[in-house]
Design a protein around this ligand. Structure first.
Ligand code: ADP
Ligand code: MG
Length: 702
């Protein structure tokens, strides 16, 4: 690509006046490149137009072209609709019908307009109609940009249309841009890359995506452009990884065998043996730490797959070589829990564990910091403040970041940037689809833990409505009688925190009444940290039978005796969140049950989520479904996750192209690690201009 041309402002686009430019800029389209990447949202295939007179009830999806005879609002069963009657030379009539977006649509058509409709034909009586057809306004003088071909429909919006930017005018401007400046664009991809990954020329692709000659050309064009978009992001990750792989880390040796912390932990302390997945993951870690380079490994494991003990094993291995460890959790409750666990496991080994919490007395904190700085303490547990506040260690060798998805990509960058370069082990209990993993964690090494400890019974998941509450309570009573414990969770939506808290409080009162013979407790986000800890502790110790809570218990809490998870208003929770909550039970040898209480009235999406929960408890499958239901942008919330803003690639659908693009990016660095070959000059310039400093902010070439 000719960079200087692409970065030019829109003034160079033939025929684009100040009003349109202003509207485009307001929509984020500021340069020539932005305009070329303002991809059509849909296409209308006018290469074959069907005469309306020849339509049949089984007409399928077709394109028709005609003149608007009438257009207006039509009242119907309590709901307005908008109808456009279209007539063509074949003396047939067809109605376009809209039920949504009426205000917008009703401004677009007037009698006499020439328009094309594209959609599925339906027949009611003797009338043919299309519901919400794709449509396009045609010039009466119909230049050949609009007829007899596949034409592009652009994402619109009131502001653009007000400035005169319809799909038709878009096509005009882009067309003239190509016509007058087409030669100034060149393909940044070297020939070998195009050949090996069977991609068409970038210039051809860009043109074809706006003006496809055929469906097949359009397909190739979209593929090339998606590939390209993924490719540069993967190059960013590949370069990041390459840079990191040069960072020295503590060089540890192989396991020290009998008498070592690691050996005694695995063989004397743990009451069980590792699963295959745990062993594989530990092996990955042990291999990484012997290279002399810093480890950057992500452990992706479903809830209950047993990540914590793997992390403990990793810490102990560092201790065996004279280093200290840090264990970081996203919340103080989890930090407290990990602290308790670690003490239980490690006290018998004589390992000194300290916890750093927000509310600690100054004197205590000073003492802890002193112990860490001198090496009197071996392991620090805390929230991520442990690293961020630059707590000094004598020799930090291994840092664990639990539930890393809560930290966000930028915070991850912070973690890496600070202090010495301890080995980093990131853990996430949010299994994410492969396409997202490749995009979010593409710069890390990944171990997947897709196995649960043996002897676990799968969790039963039931969907219930209010009508059967009595039955649900009866079931809980039976479980309590057998000595089990129950969670009851209420949703907490931030905007109306008070209201939801009320939900939980009411529920708490009601349950206290209902289960008078048992001890019911309440925990919520507004309690002070120590109050939450105490409530958690009571539940853990079995002093409480039913724990009512808002979602504060969502992640990581481990009480093996709890066998029932009752989720109220389950339709209001996200799918991953439901899965996380369900993962709070099924942690011991008891048969566990997750009960989703949901309203009759649910959105279609809510329905999909609940059905997915009942259908499977495989976290990886759940995550794929979640991505499908929500789309990539919402999966984590784009901003927080650092997910790139994709213009044409689609993480839910283009896994295949993404994988090839990732392969290509790594292959490029194999060939030319510093991107200095002349044939890569254009590509490198393009990368540096548009991708290098964005997103993660620390990848540099060479
Ligand atoms: P998560 O991966 O969700 O963080 P945890 O590490 O909290 O899971 O482990 C869940 C429970 O399973 C804990 O009670 C832990 O002691 C137990 N556990 C872990 N590994 C095994 C194993 N190999 N066999 C039996 N129980 C195990
Ligand atoms: Mg955990």
């Amino acid at each position: 690509m000719s960079l200087s041309f692409l970065t030019e402002s829109l003034h160079l686009v033939p025929g684009l006046g100040p009003r349109k430019i202003e509207a485009l800029e307001a929509a984020g389209v500021r340069t020539i490149r932005d305009l070329l990447h303002y991809y059509p949202r849909r296409y209308l295939d006018r290469s074959t137009v069907t005469p309306i007179g020849s339509l049949t009830a089984e007409g399928g999806t077709v394109t028709v072209v005609g003149t608007v005879r009438a257009a207006g609002m039509v009242p119907g069963r309590g709901k307005m609709r908008y109808e456009v009657r279209l007539q063509d030379d074949s003396s047939g009539t067809l109605k376009g019908v809209w039920f949504r977006g009426l205000r917008w649509i009703s401004r677009l058509f007037k009698p006499g307009d020439r328009v094309a409709f594209h959609g599925k034909v339906q027949q009611f009586g003797r009338t043919f109609s299309m519901t919400h057809p794709d449509f396009d306004q045609l010039d009466t003088d119909s230049a050949n940009l609009d007829t007899g071909r596949i034409i592009a429909l652009y994402p619109g919006g009131a502001a653009l249309e007000k400035a005169g930017l319809t799909s038709r005018t878009f096509r005009r401007h882009v067309y003239r841009l190509f016509k007058e400046h087409g030669l100034e664009l060149e393909d940044a991809f070297p020939a070998w890359l195009r050949d090996e990954y069977t991609l068409i020329d970038g210039r051809v692709a860009l043109r074809a995506v706006h003006f496809p000659k055929s469906q097949s050309e359009l397909g190739h064009a979209r593929e090339r452009l998606k590939f390209e978009e993924f490719f540069y992001l993967q190059l960013l990750l590949a370069l990041t990884k390459q840079t990191r792989q040069k960072v020295a880390g503590p060089r540890l040796g192989p396991p020290r065998g009998e008498g070592s912390f690691l050996h005694r932990f695995l063989h004397e302390v743990l009451p069980f043996t590792f699963t295959g997945a745990q062993t594989r993951t530990l092996d990955d870690i042990l291999r990484d730490v012997q290279t002399g380079l810093q480890m950057n490994r992500l452990v992706q494991g479903d809830v209950g797959s047993g990540k914590t003990v793997v992390a403990v094993a990793a810490l102990l291995h560092a201790l065996d070589y004279g280093y200290q460890g840090a264990f970081m959790a996203p919340t103080e409750i989890l930090a407290e829990q990990h602290h308790a666990n670690l003490r239980k496991y490690l006290e018998p080994l004589g390992v000194e564990v300290r916890v750093l919490l927000g509310g600690q007395r100054k004197a205590l904190r000073t003492e802890i910091l002193e112990d860490l700085a001198t090496g009197n303490a071996h392991i620090a547990v805390g929230t991520h403040a442990v690293i961020q506040e630059g707590v000094a260690f004598e020799a930090l060798g291994m840092a664990i970041v639990d539930e890393q998805h809560r930290f966000g990509v930028m915070q991850r960058a912070d973690l890496f940037a600070k202090g010495a370069n301890p080995h980093m082990l990131l853990m996430t209990a949010t299994p994410i689809p492969r396409s997202l993993a490749m995009t979010l964690y593409g710069d890390l090494d990944v171990s997947v833990m897709d196995e649960r400890p043996a002897g676990r019974k799968p969790i039963k998941t039931l969907l219930r409505t209010e009508k059967r509450r009595g039955e649900v309570y009866q079931f809980i009573r039976e479980q309590l009688r057998e000595g089990r414990q129950t969670y009851v969770v209420y949703p907490l939506v931030e905007e109306s925190e008070k209201l939801d808290l009320k939900d939980a409080e009411n529920g708490f009162e009601q349950l206290t009444e209902e289960f008078r013979a048992y001890r019911v407790d309440l925990i919520h986000g507004r309690m002070l940290p120590y109050e939450k800890e105490e409530a958690m502790e009571r539940f853990k110790e079995g002093e409480t039978d039913i724990l009512v809570s808002t979602t504060v218990i969502e992640v990581g809490v481990d009480v093996p005796n709890a066998s029932v998870m009752l989720i109220e208003h389950a339709e209001r929770f996200g799918l991953s969140q439901l899965h996380q909550l369900r993962g709070r039970v099924g942690r011991g040898e008891h048969q566990s049950t997750c009960i989703l209480m949901a309203d009759y009235k649910r959105s279609a999406e809510g329905e999909q989520r609940l059905n997915a929960m009942v259908a499977t408890d495989d976290g990886f499958k759940i995550s794929e479904l979640d991505l499908e239901i929500r789309g990539a942008g919402d999966f984590f919330g784009t901003r927080q996750s650092g997910l790139p803003d994709l213009k044409i690639g689609d993480l839910t659908q283009d896994l295949d192209i993404l994988q090839r693009a990732r392969h290509a990016a790594f292959a490029l660095l194999e060939r030319d690690p510093r991107l200095t070959a002349p044939e890569h000059a254009a590509l490198r310039a393009y990368y540096e201009r548009y991708y290098s400093k964005r997103n993660l902010g620390y990848a540099r070439v060479g």
